[in-house]
Design a protein around this ligand. Structure first.
Ligand code: GDP
Ligand code: MG
Length: 224
C-alpha cells in the first residue's frame, strides 16, 4: 500500500516489526540503527518506558534516492506487544508495505508467539491488508538463551507457510541484518510489481537493499 507524500515529492515505504511483548523488536531496531550507513539514516525514536516496554512505537527512518531522482523514505516501526495495546498495533499496521514478525525462541514463549501471530493476521485483515500477499519474514530471536525451541522444530512449524525464516540474537547483534535484508528484498519485489521501481526509476533490488544496509561484520555473526 505504497503512498506518495506529494507535498515533499517522496515515496514512503512502511515496514513494521511485529510480535509479542519483549521478543526483541526494539533491540532489532537499535542494532539496525548501529549498523546502517550514517549517510541515509534518520534519528532513531525509541519511546520505551522504564520497564523497557514500547507504549506506542519505535521509529527508524532512512532515505535513498533512485537514479530517476525519486526520493524514497523508508520508515521502520515497531508495535507494542502487550495484549492491551491492540488499537495502537492496528494503527501502526495501517498501510504497511512489509512486516517482520519477531518471535521469542524460548519454549515458554511459544503460546505468546502463536497468539501474537494470530493477532497479526486478524489485524492485517482489519486494516485491509491481505496476509497471504503482504511481504512477511519471521525471525526467531534470543537464540543465545537456554530453554529455546530447536531450529528443526521451528522449521517444520513454518515450513508449509513458505515464509522466510531467520534465527537471531539481537542482543549479540547477529541475524538482525539478514532478517532486515530479506524484508527489504521481499518488499522491493512487491513494490516493483506495482510501482516499476526498476523499469521507471532505475532502482534495482541490489541498489535498494545495498543502499540501506552494510555487511554485518559483528564478531558473533553466524551463517544461517
Ligand atoms: N538474551 C537475549 N535478550 C534479548 C534479545 N533481544 C532482546 N532481548 C532482551 O529482551 C528484553 C526485551 O527486548 P525489547 O527489544 O525491548 O523487546 P520488545 O518489547 O519486543 O521491543 C530486553 O531486556 C532485551 O535486552 C536476545 O537476542 N537475547
Ligand atoms: Mg519495544
Amino acid at each position: 500500500m505504497i503512498h506518495y507524500d506529494t507535498e515533499a515529492g517522496i515515496m514512503v515505504i512502511k515496514l513494521v516489526y511485529y510480535g509479542p511483548a519483549l521478543s526483541g523488536k526494539t533491540t532489532n531496531l537499535l542494532r539496525l540503527h548501529d549498523l546502517l550507513p550514517c549517510s541515509g539514516r534518520g534519528d532513531l525514536m525509541v519511546l520505551d518506558t522504564a520497564q523497557e516496554r514500547t507504549i506506542y512505537f519505535d521509529l527508524l527512518p532512512f532515505f535513498i534516492t533512485a537514479p530517476s531522482g525519486l526520493k524514497i523514505k523508508v520508515k521502520v516501526f515497531t508495535v507494542p506487544g502487550q495484549v492491551k495495546h491492540d488499537a495502537t498495533r492496528k494503527a501502526v499496521l495501517q498501510r504497511a508495505d512489509g512486516v517482520a514478525f519477531i518471535a521469542d525462541s524460548q519454549v515458554r514463549e511459544s503460546l505468546n508467539n502463536a497468539t501474537s501471530f494470530e493477532n497479526l493476521e486478524q489485524n492485517l485483515a482489519l486494516v485491509g491488508l491481505d496476509p497471504g500477499r503482504l511481504p512477511l519474514v519471521i525471525q526467531y530471536n534470543k537464540r543465545d538463551l537456554p530453554g529455546i525451541v530447536a531450529e528443526d522444530a521451528i522449521r517444520s512449524l513454518w515450513w508449509s507457510s513458505g515464509v522466510p525464516l531467520f534465527f537471531a540474537s539481537a542482543l549479540e547483534a547477529w541475524g538482525v541484518v539478514e532478517t532486515f535484508q530479506c524484508l527489504l528484498r521481499t518488499t522491493y519485489a512487491a513494490l516493483d510489481a506495482t510501482c516499476c521501481l526498476s523499469a521507471r526509476h532505475g532502482l534495482s533490488m541490489e541498489a535498494f537493499t545495498c543502499g540501506l544496509t552494510v555487511p554485518d561484520a559483528s564478531p558473533g555473526m553466524r551463517e544461517r
